[in-house]
Design a protein. Structure first.
Length: 299
């Protein structure tokens, strides 16, 4: 009976990670809910902690940090196994990143990096470098972030995957901001092709935003608007409020710089209504000011 339950547990855990890699976060959490139940039936404390850790990691990506963070801290404090310790520390760093507690996020990201090194896992080291890059890019330290993304890329398999595509997006965006336009475009298009090949549509929005921004940087407004519109569509379908916010901004910027102020006002007004309801002057300010260089899509 126990061997059968253990097999079900492993199947559920594997299915959860496969769903997560595709961007199916709700599906992944359902699988990990099942793995928690199975681990408790087995009565194995190590499996229970692992299952709770995986479920908490997904909860954080969905945005539900309140219950997940204490579970992860407890697991990290009591556990000495590098793989599980990495996952707990990494997820804590992600939770603090998403709640804009940058110092705590950096603290746990460095713990995650140490455990990834102990585990000797290229995949975990790639995740660690990518996370450190994300934290640096959120502080607009693009010069510091780019080498982290290069390290992450060197640690990922060359086989198409959503994780490699995300790193390519981050690195490409950094390179565009730093002025390496040709290399940046190459990485961004590689990211987009890879995401479409593996069917990870949920991650396409970010790369499309990066491409839209890149085209604005070289004054190709029609292409910028086209990519931002596709990002907007993905954001609306997936209820991705962050992607939606930046898509509206880029659409407004694209229309403004291409000489279509009425269309620009429409997008800036949507942006103001959705994200700055107490600041009715936002749309007018965005029409008047050159704020393109002040925006950070990854912040």
């Amino acid at each position: 009976m126990h061997s059968d339950l253990r097999g079900q547990y492993e199947e559920s855990r594997k299915a959860g990670w496969e769903a997560f890699k595709r961007g199916g976060l709700t599906e992944a959490r359902d699988h990990f809910d099942k793995s928690v139940t199975l681990a408790r039936h087995l009565g194995d404390p190590a499996l229970i902690d692992a299952a709770l850790c995986y479920r908490a990691a997904i909860s954080i990506e969905i945005g539900d940090t309140s219950d997940a963070m204490p579970i992860l801290r407890r697991i990290l404090m009591k556990n000495s196994e590098p793989e599980l310790s990495f996952r707990a520390a990494y997820s804590l760093a992600r939770g603090y990143e998403l709640t804009h507690c940058e110092k705590k996020a950096l603290f746990y990201s460095r713990i995650a990096h140490r455990h990834a090194t102990q585990a000797g896992s290229d995949e975990r080291l790639a995740q660690s470098h990518n996370l450190l890059g994300n934290l640096l890019i959120a502080q607009s330290d693009f010069a510091g972030a780019a080498p982290q993304f290069e390290q992450a890329l060197s640690r990922t398999s060359a086989e198409p995957s959503s994780s490699r595509a995300v790193v390519l997006d981050n690195l490409g965006y950094c390179q565009i901001v730093l002025g390496s336009k040709k290399t940046g475009f190459r990485h961004l298009f590689a990211s987009l092709r890879m995401l479409r090949k593996v069917g990870a549509r949920v991650y396409e929005g970010s790369t499309l935003l990066s491409l839209s921004f890149a085209y604005l940087q070289i004054n190709r407004h029609r292409e910028a608007i086209r990519h931002a519109r596709r990002a907007l569509e993905i954001a609306e379908q997936g209820n991705d409020t962050i992607c939606l916010k930046y898509a509206l901004f880029l659409l407004g910027e694209g229309e403004k710089t291409s000489g279509n102020p009425l269309a620009a006002r429409y997008y800036f007004h949507r942006l103001q209504e959705n994200y700055y309801p107490d600041s009715p002057e936002v749309a007018d300010l965005l029409l008047l000011l050159d704020v393109q260089q002040l925006i950070n899509l990854k912040a």
